[in-house]
Design a protein around this ligand. Structure first.
Ligand code: S3P
Length: 186
């Protein structure tokens, strides 16, 4: 494998930012979280960027930061849930790295995100709390829009009901084989 970056994609709360640093540590690689890079460069949270500058501005920033970091070596980079939806981003990702899709169901996503309000792509208008059906509908419609992009990954692994440590174990074994030709028993 001549690629030197592993990108993690998947829906919001699929585990990208949790699994990324642990996986990097296991492999002795470095870790970046694309949203964190954007927040550091912008000097404000993703949520604030959406509120004050709008989504288009955020998406341009996202592409710029992705480009800027796509020449790194031995890095795991966690992407945002919407990064792969952009054609240019997907081209950069596919040409510079190995893409892993952390798959999670709508139901599991609901469980993980129902009390969180920090994802601007999943915010609801009005003051009332969304019902479970409304929440699931929004997750499903976004997931539907994105599934074809997520499925362009080199590897897909389901994270529903799977402990983080177990997912990291599985991934590190596959990566060691893909990148270093090591065959490690289960
Ligand atoms: C987004 C997901 C977020 C972040 C931004 C937009 C999306 O990242 O990039 O809020 O469109 O799905 P996470 O997937 O890490 O939550």
């Amino acid at each position: 494998m001549n690629k030197k970056i592993i990108y993690l994609t998947g829906f919001m709360a699929s585990g990208k930012s949790t699994i990324g640093p642990i996986l990097a540590n296991t492999l002795g690689w470095n870790f970046y979280d694309l949203d964190k890079l954007i927040e550091e460069a912008a000097g404000k949270s993703v949520r604030k960027i959406f509120e004050e500058n709008g989504e288009d501005y955020f998406r341009e920033f996202e592409t710029e930061m992705l480009k800027k970091n796509s020449e790194l070596k031995n890095y795991i980079i966690s992407l945002g849930g919407g990064t792969v939806e952009n054609k240019i981003n997907l081209e950069i990702i596919k040409s510079t790295g190995y893409l892993i899709y952390l798959e999670s169901s709508a139901e599991e996503t609901y469980k993980r995100l129902r009390f969180k309000r920090d994802r601007p792509a999943l915010l609801f208008d009005g003051e009332d709390e969304p019902t479970k059906a409304e929440f699931l509908e929004k997750i499903n419609s976004l997931l539907q829009k994105r599934i074809n992009y997520y499925n362009q990954a080199d590897l897909k692994i389901n994270t529903d009901n799977c402990q983080v440590g177990r997912t990291v174990d599985k991934l590190s074994q596959i990566i060691k084989k893909e990148f270093y030709g090591e065959n490690i028993k289960d």
